[in-house]
Design a protein around this ligand. Sequence first.
Ligand SMILES: O=P(O)(O)OC[C@H]1O[C@H](OP(=O)(O)OP(=O)(O)O)[C@H](O)[C@@H]1O
Ligand SMILES: O=C(O)c1cc(=O)[nH]c(=O)[nH]1
Ligand SMILES: [Mg+2]
Length: 193
Amino acid sequence: MTDDEVLNEFRAAGALLEGHFKLSSGRHSGHYLQCARVLMNAARAERLAAALVERMPQDLVSAIGAVVSPAMGGIIFGHEIGRALGKDAMFVERPTGTFELRRGFALAPGQKVLMVEDVVTTGLSSREAIAAIESAGGSVIGMASLIDRSAGQAVFDMPYFALLKMDFPTFPADDLPPDLAEIPLSKPGSRNA
Ligand SMILES: O=P(O)(O)OC[C@H]1O[C@H](OP(=O)(O)OP(=O)(O)O)[C@H](O)[C@@H]1O
Ligand SMILES: O=C(O)c1cc(=O)[nH]c(=O)[nH]1
Ligand SMILES: [Mg+2]
């Protein structure tokens, strides 16, 4: 799947948003990729996940024992990546502020995990999810996301595959461009909601 084809899936889903958004990291942006709108269509979600798995090297694919995603945004895409790999997909969640495996999900000691996100901006959520998987006994051998909008800033210790890289600027809350500051703020994600 080409970059244009992935972008067209976002356009068709009305998921390329412009406005003033507070991101998970606390940074602000005039652009938001609402992956939930893309993934609300099961056939589209399946297609995008299969396209991403096709890009992964076979030795990595065959080593993956399970998929784990950070809730909320990562759950649907992780599930679809699990379908494409033929592996179980679990998720970590943060009811008390820190990601943990719940709901009877468990990892065998050293179980090889692919960590799957919907979008990576600073990489903070991904690093927190990886830490939770490792403290539950898993070994994260790879990472995947639908979108990487980190512009190369998010660097991980394991191979990382993203279906589409986007480079939208983000700003600290106390240093907003005037044209962005005058747009009413919204916070679509659920961290600290
Ligand atoms: O790379 P980062 O700077 O951490 O940003 C990306 C994270 O932000 C969003 O989640 P969010 O925390 O908004 O919560 P949600 O997944 O529950 O919507 C998204 O789903 C990623 O997890
Ligand atoms: O950084 C984020 O919170 C974020 C950015 C984005 O474009 N889409 C999203 O779902 N989250
Ligand atoms: Mg998230």
